[in-house]
Structures are given as C-alpha cells and as structure tokens.
Design a protein around this ligand. Structure first.
Ligand SMILES: CC(C)(COP(=O)(O)OP(=O)(O)OC[C@H]1O[C@@H](n2cnc3c(N)ncnc32)[C@H](O)[C@@H]1OP(=O)(O)O)[C@@H](O)C(=O)NCCC(=O)NCCS
Length: 203
C-alpha cells in the first residue's frame, strides 16, 4: 500500500517542530507513561485502560512489522529538538473501502495545546497521499472530543456524519463524528509545503 521508502526504519518525516519516525523498543517506557492517562486512552477505540505492562512493546513490534510489510504506517511523534523522546503516535491504515485510509493519533497530556497533533496530521497526510495511491483519508472523533475535531478541521477535513461506533478497547459503543479529506482537496491546499521526508533531507 505504501511506497517502499517508508518501509525502511531509517524513514522519517520532518515537520517544523517534529520528527515523525518509526517506533523503537526504547520508546516503550515513554509510550506507556503517557498512555497510562485515561484522558488520552478514553478518546481512542483500541488503546486499553489500564494500559497493560507489555502493551507498548507489543505496539512497537506490531507497528514495525506492519510498516515493513507496507500494510499500514505507524510513527511516533517526537519534538525535533529531542528526537529520542516519543510524546505520541500517529497511524494511517487502509479501511475496507478501496482507496481509503483511516488516520488515528494521540499526544501525551503534558504536550497538549502546542499544535503538535495538528502538525503531525499535516505531515501524515503528505505521507498518505504522497506515498500511497489513496484517494481519501477518513477519521472519527468522539463527540466529546472537540480538540481532535479542531485538529482535523484545521487540516482541511470536512464533517460527513455522526454514527455509533464500537470501540474494542472501551468494550462499548460511543457516538462519533466522521470526517473525510479527499486527495483533490489535499492537493489544493497550497500551505502544505511545510514538511519534508528524510529522503529529501539527504538528497
Ligand atoms: C486530540 C489531541 C491529539 C490534540 O493534541 P494537541 O497536540 O493538543 O493538538 P493541537 O495543539 O494541534 O490542537 C488542538 C486544538 O484543539 C483546541 N482545543 C483544545 N481543547 C479544546 C476544547 N476542550 N474545546 C475546543 N477546542 C479545544 C486547541 O485550542 C487547538 O486548536 P487551536 O490551535 O485552533 O486553538 C490530544 O488532545 C489527545 O491526544 N487527546 C487524546 C487522544 C485523542 O483524542 N486522539 C484522537 C482520537 S480521534
């Protein structure tokens, strides 16, 4: 699904304040620390709470495998001044609909409100549309999550509908807002030249 370049763990995306890079085992303690906070996990459908002891390591291994197989792409979010410090994660994965990807992300509570998620989503869209043939990226946010809604709208997503969504890690359904961004709308966004991949950085 994704271009071969993103399948190698030296791949990273640089944005003005962040590096989005492959997760590594050394990230597990940081990921576990921030995902211990229910304010983060309760907004997600697949991150369990309480966060199990080996879950971060499992996430790292699974994500690296999926990345290398080109099935999906999962990157940790790090401040570019401290690229060893994982403060969040972001993933793009195919849905059952041809040409469609779904995006998911989180940022640790101490780092909220600095524009990191907005910037990470912007970078990830460059990967999604730039390194795969996808025509559309979709996202769902719980109706009690205006911050995430803001992140999507700032990146050009448009609201499509509300639905009840089963969240496996919550073991129940919640109402969510669905959003989508079409490739054409992404391509028309003249301000998106703010990120570059490590491929460009070394050439
Ligand atoms: C949603 C989340 C990723 C946002 O991360 P972040 O780095 O703080 O996001 P940003 O700083 O880029 O942008 C957040 C925006 O929401 C706004 N916001 C924050 N709290 C808000 C609230 N309660 N109501 C309305 N807007 C809010 C911020 O002001 C900001 O918009 P602005 O820059 O226009 O002012 C983070 O809160 C998080 O990880 N939450 C838990 C997990 C989650 O919700 N993941 C997404 C699942 S769909």
């Amino acid at each position: 699904m994704f271009h071969d370049l993103a399948r190698d763990d030296i791949y990273r995306l640089e944005t003005p304040k962040l590096w989005l890079r492959w997760p590594k085992l050394a990230d597990a303690p940081n990921l576990a620390r921030y995902l211990a906070d229910h304010d983060v996990t309760k907004m997600t459908s697949r991150i369990p709470h309480p966060y199990p002891p080996d879950e971060a390591e499992r996430f790292v291994f699974e994500t690296r495998r999926n990345n290398s197989e080109g099935k999906s792409i999962g990157l940790v979010i790090t401040p570019n001044a401290k690229p060893d410090q994982a403060i969040g994660a972001i993933t793009l994965a195919p849905t059952d609909v041809e040409g469609e990807l779904v995006i998911g992300y989180w940022v640790g509570v101490p780092f909220w409100g600095r524009g990191y998620a907005s910037e990470a989503v912007r970078g990830m869209l460059d990967i999604g549309f730039g390194m795969s043939p996808a025509n559309r990226v979709v996202a769902s946010v719980r109706t009690i999550n205006p911050a995430s809604r803001g992140v999507l709208e700032r990146n050009g997503f448009r609201y499509t509908h509300d639905a009840e969504s089963f969240m496996p890690a919550r073991n129940r359904s919640h109402m969510v807002h669905w959003f989508e961004l079409e490739r054409q709308a992404w391509a028309l966004d003249a301000g998106r030249e703010t990120s570059r991949s490590s491929r460009d950085a070394v050439s």
